[in-house]
Write a protein that binds this ligand. Structure first.
Ligand SMILES: Nc1ncnc2c1ncn2[C@@H]1O[C@H](COP(=O)(O)OP(=O)(O)OP(=O)(O)O)[C@@H](O)[C@H]1O
Length: 222
């Protein structure tokens, strides 16, 4: 059996909407065992980039490679890569237990770590609150058996205590996964990430060498 890949690279991604250039020759790199942050202003194209990597957005050109092998439709390869979009994606009629089973996870794994979600195991997803649903979806993606995980604004809808817990789970899961984390909670992203890319208004990624200072210079924060 071939071992799972350890590096995922995306480059040469060009995307425009109605003549407006969103992504221009973007480059990002994920590595198993590392967390890679992705920051950028509202509307700069972070979500579009994640969708492009997944093969869910028609781009002009792009190259996504796992250990150098071309990946065409990442969304068809859940063992390779999983994606948390900004919008809810689990069918509302599934129970929490069934949703975890769908992702190859036993809900019993959550009993100690996430007792509230575990207590909802017989509930339908559609009956959960916004935050409970978001937390369920984050855990589905994070705890699934994928080599790489893309997280688009995982902290939205979560209360501070849950954010702390999810940060810890991201850290734990990164031991066996390469994780791309895009969120506006920049402090948490900086603390957690081994490397941080900034997507600038011109649609190019910059690898930050001094993140705090770079982000001020780039006008992302004061
Ligand atoms: N399907 C689409 N058709 C036309 N324009 C789109 C489409 N999807 C996204 N856009 C535009 O592309 C730009 C990038 O959007 P995207 O959602 O990727 O930004 P973002 O960096 O994730 O923003 P935010 O931080 O606010 O979530 C925006 O200007 C958006 O309006």
């Amino acid at each position: 059996m071939t071992p799972p890949p350890t590096v995922l690279e995306a480059d040469g991604i060009w995307l425009q909407f109605g003549g407006r250039k969103i992504l221009q020759s973007v480059y990002v790199r994920l590595q198993v065992g590392r967390i890679t942050g992705l920051l950028g202003r509202n509307g700069c194209g972070k979500s579009a980039l994640l969708k492009s990597i997944m093969g869910l957005m028609p781009t002009e050109t792009q190259s996504v490679r796992a250990d150098g092998h071309y990946v065409e439709k990442a969304y068809q390869q859940p063992g390779l890569i999983r994606y948390l979009p900004q919008h809810p994606f689990v069918p509302p009629d599934l129970t929490v237990r069934a949703a975890f089973a769908w992702y190859g996870i036993s809900v019993d794994e959550l009993a100690d770590e996430y007792p509230t979600i575990y207590s909802f195991r017989h509930q339908k997803i559609g009956r959960l609150s916004g935050g409970e649903k978001r937390l369920t979806e984050i855990l589905l993606v994070l705890k699934s058996d994928a080599a790489f995980v893309l997280l688009d604004e995982p902290f939205s809808h979560l209360m501070p205590l849950q954010i702390e817990q999810v940060l810890q789970t991201i850290r734990q899961e990164s031991a066996q996964k390469g994780i791309l984390l895009s969120d506006h909670l920049y402090r948490q992203v900086l603390d957690l990430s081994d490397a941080v890319f900034y997507l600038n208004a011109g649609g190019r990624t910059i690898l930050l060498d001094s993140p705090e200072q770079n982000l001020k210079d780039l006008g992302y924060m004061h």
